[in-house]
Ligand binder design. Structure first.
Ligand code: NDP
Length: 254
């Protein structure tokens, strides 16, 4: 589908506006999956299958746009595509199958909402990358953006993946429940995995430098900041000995 630059930017601004509207709602209503799963959200499917179905559209749609952009002569644009594909390859094909959630469920409505969310983000970003990304001639300012963005993206991805796998390894079997995470960045915040994810997409927005990429960063914060606050409260409610000086998601700040 061919979309004009004006339309794409307008859609991205509307998408950002929606994230800002939904943010206060997410501070009140906890998305019912993982530790916040509860009854009343309709039919459910396997948690692992749910994560795979939710995340794989983002990988496939961007892959489609990448293959469609046969005439890419810019290394910069290749990098932008690869970063997205790398993140979503891990999130779709590796992460769900590494979780120790066998037998756990996720509501179909959450999966469908995740699919829609990922389709919109991949459509906005893929369309922009394949049609309007101008990375042909590297200027000094582009080089600076690329360098800063790459550092933040790589650091964010490392923090996100390392923390996710530290959490996953707390549980020895799927029925093993939850434990207090300890060590490394968990000494500072309850959800370093979310902190890493936010850093990652901030880096991406800086290096891609366009409205669709910015909209994805804003959505990531709108999703994960409220979730981190809920998880943080949840730990205090469930573990009387939970460390008192730990923040929720941003070390020393929040
Ligand atoms: P969580 O931190 O809630 O869980 C990650 C994994 O670790 C799950 O398998 C969870 O099991 C397990 N786990 C978590 N805490 C504990 C504990 N204390 N003891 C034992 N096991 C634990 O992350 P999410 O599931 O919310 O998110 C997964 C990934 O997806 C993250 O990397 C996140 O950044 C990303 N994400 C990105 C979004 C975006 O908008 N870009 C939106 C949502 C997520 P269980 O499932 O049983 O709780």
């Amino acid at each position: 589908m061919s979309v004009s630059l004006h339309t794409l930017n307008l859609l991205s601004l509307l998408w950002i506006a929606l994230a800002l509207l939904i943010f206060p709602l997410l501070l009140k209503v906890r998305a019912p999956y993982g530790r916040h799963l509860r009854r009343g959200w309709g039919p459910m499917i396997s948690n692992r299958l749910g994560w795979f179905v939710m995340e794989v559209p983002s990988f496939l749609v961007i892959l489609f746009y990448y293959i469609k952009s046969v005439n890419i002569h810019s290394l910069y644009l290749h990098i932008v595509f690869w970063l997205w594909l790398f993140h979503y390859f891990h999130r779709s094909f590796i992460f769900p199958f590494m979780t120790r959630t066998k037998g756990k469920k996720i509501p179909v409505v959450i999966v469908l909402q995740g699919v829609l969310f990922n389709l919109v983000n991949a459509f906005l970003n893929g369309s922009y990358m394949s049609m309007y990304f101008d990375g042909q001639e590297m200027t000094a300012i582009m080089f600076v953006r690329l360098a800063i963005g790459l550092v933040l993206f790589a650091l964010g991805m490392y923090i996100n993946i390392r923390s996710d796998y530290m959490l996953i390894s707390l549980r020895h079997t799927a029925t093993n429940g939850y434990k207090i995470p300890r060590g490394w960045l968990f000494e500072y915040v309850s959800c370093p995995n979310y902190f890493g994810e936010m850093l990652e997409w901030l880096g991406f927005a800086i290096l891609a430098w366009n409205l669709p990429a910015l909209s994805f960063f804003v959505w990531t914060v709108a999703n994960l900041l409220p979730r981190a606050l809920s998880n943080h409260r949840w730990y205090y409610e469930h573990f009387p000995d939970y460390p008192k000086d730990r923040k929720a998601v941003i070390p020393f700040i929040l």
